[in-house]
Design a protein around this ligand. Structure first.
Ligand code: PLP
Length: 391
């Protein structure tokens, strides 16, 4: 199979691992090599409830027995997507109320940017240096890493960048600005947390000039930092909230959410301001609804702080420089990208899956399923420490 993978499936790097998966259950992925691997990555923050969570699988099966795709987004009232949007409205603070369901994080970012431009009638977008928002032309345009953008220009015009977590740059947000877009926790840059008041003050600045604040919660969303969305730690609410990844519990989904007043502007002048065939797909919505229900009712979110602490207590080693992040999105600084890559390879040999951060390759990514047990955390951290000792 590997030969065919490298020959027929488009590659994103020259060094994909080509790891072959037999099945995946809970915190483990079982390889075709007969070994089981503890998963500290969770499909890059996507498997909120672990692999093949029984409630997610049951919801998919039940929906599959009733109907699959029946119509493009926005025409028919289908039970699961409606219930998902309603539950999101109940679980988030005002004025977040109306959800537009799409197919991926990047598409949700594009939709959110369009919404902000349409609602404000303005053209300029302010984004953050070192941000990552996805790979469509729109999402790439607002991502703050030049290496990944250079070869794909021209991108969106009128996008300007400010430094994350630096209030001295707020003067660049003006009456010309349609929106400011930011990750609440900067992911690719190594799970960088904002100062406690940064987003409150950023929102204030946006309000002063009539710009909208878009927060990208595609990674921390759905409970990973101990709240359903991590902006809830910082005493502010975005005008537009973007989610994806962990929202699906293992299926592809994205969404952007806003007030009824703002969101309404996508339905007229022109009508069909954003459209998608598969957004709000009932099978995907069923999986996402089951995931959201479980996150809200299982008490998992209350465990994030304790599990983070356990990781931090266990991961003490002279080769670990510092650990960024919050809850179960932790980035472990090992100093050098090549060293981090080699540690990840050694961990894999020993039965643990870890990864690295997209821009800051010296940071090792730890973003396991929220359902990971204390024993599994201990088992995985011991493998990391053993690997470090052997290098
Ligand atoms: N925004 C953030 C913060 C992300 O981490 C990602 C994906 O890694 C995206 C947007 C893009 O999401 P997707 O890959 O589903 O398009």
């Amino acid at each position: 199979m590997n030969q065919d993978f490298f020959k027929y499936q488009a590659q994103t790097t020259a060094f994909a691992s080509g790891f072959q998966v037999e099945k995946a259950v809970g915190s483990y992925i079982y390889g075709k090599d007969g070994k089981k691997y503890l998963d500290f990555v969770a499909g890059v923050s996507a498997n909120t409830l672990g692999h093949s969570h029984p409630k997610v699988v049951a919801a998919i099966k039940e929906q599959a027995d009733r109907y699959l795709h029946v119509m493009v987004y926005g025409e028919y009232a289908q039970e699961k997507p409606v219930a998902l949007c309603k539950l999101l409205a109940e679980a988030t603070p005002e004025p977040l109320e109306v959800t537009y369901l799409v197919n991926s994080g990047a598409e949700a970012i594009d939709g959110a940017l369009k919404l902000a431009k349409r609602y404000t009638g303005r053209e300029e977008i302010i984004s953050m240096k070192d941000s990552y928002h996805g790979n469509t032309h729109g999402a790439l345009s607002v991502s703050g890493n030049e290496v990944h953008k250079r070869e794909f220009r021209p991108l969106l015009p009128m996008v300007n960048f400010i430094r994350f977590n630096d209030e001295s740059e707020f003067y660049k947000i003006t009456e010309k600005t349609a929106c400011v877009i930011a990750e609440t926790v900067q992911g690719a840059a190594g799970f960088l947390m904002p100062d406690q008041d940064y987003f409150k003050n950023l929102k204030k600045r946006c309000e002063e000039v009539g710009a909208l604040l878009i927060l990208d919660e595609i990674q921390p969303g759905f409970g990973r930092t101990g709240k359903l969305f991590s902006f809830e730690h910082f005493g502010t609410v975005p005008d537009i909230l973007v989610m994806g990844k962990g929202m699906g519990g293992g299926v592809p989904v994205g969404a952007f959410m806003s007030s009824e007043k703002i969101m309404n502007s996508l339905s007229h002048s022109p009508k069909l301001g954003h459209i998608t065939t598969f957004g709000g797909n009932p099978l995907i919505a069923a999986a996402s609804l089951a995931t959201l229900n479980e996150v809200l009712t299982s008490g998992l979110m209350e465990e994030m702080e304790r599990k983070e602490l356990l990781f931090r207590q266990l991961l003490v080693h002279p080769k670990i420089k510092n650990i960024n992040g919050k809850g179960l999105m932790l980035a472990v600084n090992l100093g050098e990208p090549e060293f981090t890559l080699n540690v990840a390879k050694k961990c894999m040999d020993k039965g643990l899956i870890v990864f690295w951060q997209l821009y800051k390759n010296e940071y090792m990514r730890i973003s396991p399923p929220l359902t990971i047990s204390d024993d599994e955390i201990r088992e995985g951290c011991q493998i990391i420490l053993d690997s470090l000792n052997e290098m």
